[in-house]
Design a binder for this molecule. Sequence first.
Ligand code: XMP
Length: 535
Amino acid sequence: MTTQEHANPAEVRLADNCLNDSIAILDFGSQYSQLIARRVRETKTYSEVLPFSVSCEELKRLNPKGIILSGGPNSCYDKFAPKLDQAVYKMGIPILGVCYGMQLMSHDLGGTVEAGDVREYGRALLTVVHHGKLFEGMDPTIESWMSHGDSVTGLPLGFETIGRTMSTPVAAIADEERNFYGVQFHPEVVHTRDGQRVLENFVVKICGCPQTWTMDRFVDEAIRRVKEQVGEKRVLLALSGGVDSSTLAFLLHKAIGDRLTCMFIDQGFMRKNEPEWLVKKFDEFKIPVQFIKARARFLEKLTGVVDPEEKRMAIGKEFIAVFSEESKKLGPFDYLAQGTLYPDVIESSGTRIDPKTGERIAVKIKSHHNVGGLPKDLQFKLVEPFAKLFKDEVRLLARELDVPEGIVIRHPFPGPGLAIRVVGEITKDRLKTLREADWIIREEVKSHGLYRQVWQMFGILLPTLSVGVMGDQRTYMNQIVIRAVTSEDGMTADWARLPYDLLETISRRIVNEVPGINRVMYDITSKPPATIEWE
Ligand code: XMP
């Protein structure tokens, strides 16, 4: 049987590392490349982000049904501008260029690209000149999101203009003969109304992808592959309580039953009642969890530590120490299961290019701790069934596996937990104060029915005191900051416009119910320039 004839598309992809019936997204350094991949997957079509430098030969081997060229920060005529292997244009498969991708395609195929007088940034109304297949079924005007300085000013042979805006006469182009398309706007961002339709038209109507990428198919295949990989061996899983590791536990339990051991290390930085709740939930599903009590030793390691990165390092180091000791006691294990997601895999292959020097640019803002960097004598083989999935796909998978809804919708929670939300030095008392305030914040956002609308919402305890008055008494006490953000993926975020009455209730309850707090603030900064966490 050839790979083309496989019945199950998930099987093809996972087994053969190929892109049959899928879309390849070539990343030219856009912040939106991953978003394009996610949007394509929403059309039930598998997609992968590949570096722009992938060769035509490699693409032929992967055999995608279509290619999307992403945007990027460069000008296509820059000396070190990222280029496409020219043979890709001769592969005979559809190509959609987005922003830089459209400019590059025009430039490569004989058109002209020039720097405009003004940057077009933000919303722009696109008038459809010719609907064709790309804009099929869409309105005559499209509210679109633009972000460009350069523009296509001369079309390559065979192309026609299919859309324009006030300031960009060539805002969408097509060569329907060769199935080459270009859009200057970003169909992947939510601000482009109906942008998903543009992507779906390309993926389904133009490329002919059969829309067979679904999580119910993925479950069966992932279970089969785990069984095949692990055989009769034992697997250890460090459970954090988040949706990824919990879903992984459910999947592995289904695949290998009691050859899976879930270990939960209680480092003392979880939210109020969370460790107990989690274990109870797993109990209900007959998935046993080894509960490791380690609060005292983590706290001891953090005494006197105030620097955020030092906190992360100390926690990461202690986590590895506890994990090593306990896994030896519970072991031996051959495999370690990790909920590594697709963004973790592609983020490390950054393709940003400095236009002046041609160097690749990597940016690290905070170090995130996970189970990586285990000592040599603890060398497990890895089981990572989610390495090709996005977070939203893990949530869909979780529902397929009947993971409790409370876990599925749980907000992301950082590995170091409350330790990086007690700004400055951590003590048992300060942790308790934050835990109580945080509990109230969560309770209220849930009872106002807004929990699902925000990406994360939590409290931060500041290291400063402020003056207040309670009854007739002057107070000099702690302050809590409420942080609530909306976001698509945590990479950028906006502060949530929460109703005043909700903020008022939270503030009143915290000051009345949590000893030692006399002031509550609301953080109204977006990311960037701030980050979601305070440390
Ligand atoms: P920032 O603060 O960088 O956070 O805007 C982005 C997302 O990452 C989470 N975060 C962490 N997660 N270990 C983690 O596992 C960490 O050290 C860490 N720091 C931040 C944060 O909660 C948000 O979802």
